[in-house]
Design a protein around this ligand. Structure first.
Ligand code: SAM
Length: 295
């Protein structure tokens, strides 16, 4: 790429600064082609293509995924949560309108009911239209029921209902803010069955320590087991390692062993050979966290 292109500032997308997150040259993305710019009732959608990262979805200026690394995020969220449970039948995805977590969830043969609650009706529509490689037709699975409303409101009305809840929200600003607060965590706890578990997207490890700590502390007031897991996300926050939180009522996610995971993986998943990132060994490796986070 020539220097001329590099200095053409109009061709570079820079993420909107999130309070406390470092800014650096690595969070600039060269915009090869603008695919869509649109304001919905909830957020501003920007879809564009880049060299290297492929197509990218940004909401309110914050990157949601890139074609290069979306599989890392979506596979880790769905399979780590669903395979940590002995045999989930009913699950709920909160957010996740792009359909990536849903694509991975429908691989699980044992699931009978898959609910998804997304606040913004336009996201599933636009993502299926312009970014079809994410959902890959998962919205058409017969087990899927999609609700358009605020996930925080929805969850209040479903006590003791789900085996696994996956929270694939935007960051703690805008419509996603409520999904990082104690009343929401409490409603998630009550919406789970006695042996249920939930996974939450949390933030970049190095940058949002106080937000991640607040979430962990709130969840520890409710759940018997709360642990962090880490994943590489090159398109987020200057390439920082990313963090999810796994919270369980009855079974300790850290006690699961490779033999059990391998068995569940082979029995329950459709076409595991097509996964790009997740496997039982990386599941266990993602639960190994740096010393500073063990406190
Ligand atoms: N992987 C992404 C990330 O963290 O960068 C998140 C992906 S997904 C696009 C996030 C979705 O959460 C968006 O479609 C957004 O509309 C939805 N969302 C935000 N707040 C919500 C709420 N309160 N209830 C339900 N869905 C919500």
């Amino acid at each position: 790429m020539s220097n001329k292109i590099f200095f053409d500032k109009k061709r570079w997308f820079q993420e909107t600064p999130f309070p406390g997150v470092r800014r650096c040259k690595r969070d600039l993305f060269y915009v090869q082609k603008e695919i869509l710019r649109k304001k919905t009732s909830f957020q501003e959608v920007f879809i564009f293509s880049t060299p290297g990262f492929g197509k990218i979805l940004a909401l309110d200026g914050i990157i949601q995924f890139s074609q290069l690394d979306e599989a890392i995020y979506h596979e880790t969220m769905a399979h780590t949560a669903l395979l940590s449970h002995p045999l989930p039948k009913k699950t709920l995805i909160i957010g996740g309108g792009d359909g990536g977590v849903l694509r991975e969830t429908v691989r699980h043969r044992n699931l009978k009911v898959i609910h998804m609650v997304e606040i913004d009706k336009e996201i599933p529509y636009l993502c299926q239209k312009y970014l079809g490689f994410v959902a890959k037709g998962a919205f058409k699975d017969k087990r899927v029921n999609l609700f358009y409303e605020d996930g925080a409101r929805f969850i209040k009305e479903n006590p003791a209902c789900y085996d696994v809840i996956m929270v694939d929200s935007t960051d703690p600003v805008g419509p996603g803010k409520v999904l990082f607060e104690f009343p929401f965590y409490k409603d998630v706890y009550h919406a789970l069955r006695d042996d249920g578990l939930a996974i939450f997207q949390a933030g970049p490890f190095l940058d949002l320590k106080s937000i991640i700590n607040d979430s962990v502390n709130s969840l520890r007031r409710l759940f018997r087991y709360v642990c962090l897991l880490r994943l590489p996300m090159p398109s987020y926050s200057c390439g920082c390692e990313y963090c999810f939180i796994l919270s369980a009522k009855k079974y300790d996610p850290l006690k699961i062993n490779l033999k059990t995971l391998n068995r569940r993986y082979k029995l329950r998943l459709k076409d595991p050979a097509s996964l790009k990132y997740y496997n039982p060994s990386i599941h266990l490796a993602s639960l190994v966290i740096p010393s500073i986070w063990q406190k």
